[in-house]
Design a binder for this molecule. Structure first.
Ligand SMILES: *[C@@H]1O[C@H](CO)[C@@H](O)[C@H](O)[C@H]1NC(C)=O
Ligand SMILES: *[C@@H]1O[C@H](CO)[C@@H](O)[C@H](O)[C@H]1NC(C)=O
Ligand SMILES: *[C@@H]1O[C@H](CO)[C@@H](O)[C@H](O)[C@H]1NC(C)=O
Ligand SMILES: *[C@@H]1O[C@H](CO)[C@@H](O)[C@H](O)[C@H]1NC(C)=O
Ligand SMILES: *[C@@H]1O[C@H](CO)[C@@H](O)[C@H](O)[C@H]1NC(C)=O
Ligand SMILES: *[C@@H]1O[C@H](CO)[C@@H](O)[C@H](O)[C@H]1NC(C)=O
Ligand SMILES: *[C@@H]1O[C@H](CO)[C@@H](O)[C@H](O)[C@H]1NC(C)=O
Ligand SMILES: *[C@@H]1O[C@H](CO)[C@@H](O)[C@H](O)[C@H]1NC(C)=O
Length: 236
């Protein structure tokens, strides 16, 4: 089942751009640039311009596979990949109100060229976000984000319904349908701190609002507001 999805997508989008989620099934084809989406649909948060769908894929409550074809774009030989989860029905489309729950540490993708390239990435066991659990029958949405070299991001989503591990409704995933193409490489992303944050930057939300309040009262203490009122008075 998985491999037939892969083949269908490969055949239909060779001339297009951006990321294609091949498993779980994506919300729909958002590899579109037209007058409604003059910059290209897939650049739109949170799900590349496609609202919540009802044709969901069953996915294990213990986490499972996510597969996608990242190479449907031009000019970006490398990219950062993120996979996030959203849940709930309070979003504008009746789906998740955000996709703010990371499932994996982001990683870098190394593509073979700057042109569009074929190739599949499959992560066989994407875990649930930290400290989060779901019951069979619960709904959620998986979001794949691909950050291009210039910092803008491509978004695609797959709507899922959780099922108990081993449930026959879940597509079987094994090495014949879940693999990384050999022409794609990967790199880990890490940062090096070059300057520790100072104590002055260490604000809580309430101290931040006190800071804003103080700075606006500093303006009136300087006499700026009375002065402005005064010159208006003279103008009259
Ligand atoms: C859901 O339906 C849409 C519209 O027919 C289709 O484009 C999309 O591929 C379907 N997704 C799944 C997971 O079947
Ligand atoms: C652009 O493509 C989207 C997605 O297929 C479609 O909903 C929209 O109507 C299209 N806009 C125009 C002006 O064709
Ligand atoms: C999950 O989504 C399906 C289809 O969108 C819907 O029929 C079902 O009621 C939802 N389940 C829950 C628990 O909200
Ligand atoms: C994101 O969505 C979840 C589920 O609706 C909600 O609990 C959480 O507060 C939201 N987070 C933010 C930062 O809005
Ligand atoms: C998960 O829960 C543990 C134990 O309560 C806590 O230490 C940890 O910070 C939590 N992680 C996240 C990402 O919330
Ligand atoms: C992988 O799973 C597919 C679909 O269930 C099955 O047809 C195939 O034989 C499996 N391959 C291996 C090597 O187990
Ligand atoms: C594909 O590569 C990613 C990134 O290195 C890795 O996490 C994943 O396990 C690989 N997939 C398979 C099927 O080996
Ligand atoms: C910021 O405040 C927290 C809590 O008071 C403290 O543990 C932490 O060391 C402070 N960090 C800096 C850089 O001052």
């Amino acid at each position: 089942m998985l491999s037939s999805v892969l083949l269908a997508v490969l055949a239909s989008t060779l001339a297009s751009a951006h990321t294609v989620i091949t498993y779980p099934g994506w919300r729909g084809d958002n590899l579109i640039t037209n007058s409604s989406w003059p910059y290209g649909m897939q650049w739109t948060y949170p799900c590349g311009g496609i609202p919540l769908t009802t044709n969901r894929t069953y996915w294990p409550t213990t986490g499972g596979a996510v597969a996608f074809q990242p190479g449907w774009f031009q000019g970006h030989q490398t990219a950062f990949l993120y996979i996030n989860l959203g849940f709930g029905t309070t979003g504008p489309d009746g789906g998740p109100e955000n996709m703010s729950f990371p499932m994996i540490a982001p990683f870098q993708l190394l593509g073979p060229s700057k042109g569009p390239y074929p190739g599949t990435v499959c992560l066989p066991q994407v875990p649930l976000p930290a400290n989060m659990s779901f019951n069979p029958g619960d709904n959620a949405t998986l979001q794949v984000v691909e950050i291009a070299q210039h910092g803008a991001a491509l978004f695609s989503c797959a709507d899922i319904t959780f099922a108990a591990p081993g449930d026959e409704k879940i597509a079987k995933v094994n090495e014949s349908n879940c693999f990384n193409s050999t022409d794609l490489g990967f790199a880990e992303i890490y940062t090096i701190t070059t300057q520790e944050i100072g104590a002055a930057a260490n604000m809580t939300t309430s101290s931040a609002s006190r800071f804003l309040y103080r700075s606006s009262s500093a303006w009136s203490w300087l006499g700026y507001l009375p002065l402005a009122a005064c010159s208006l008075w003279f103008l009259l």
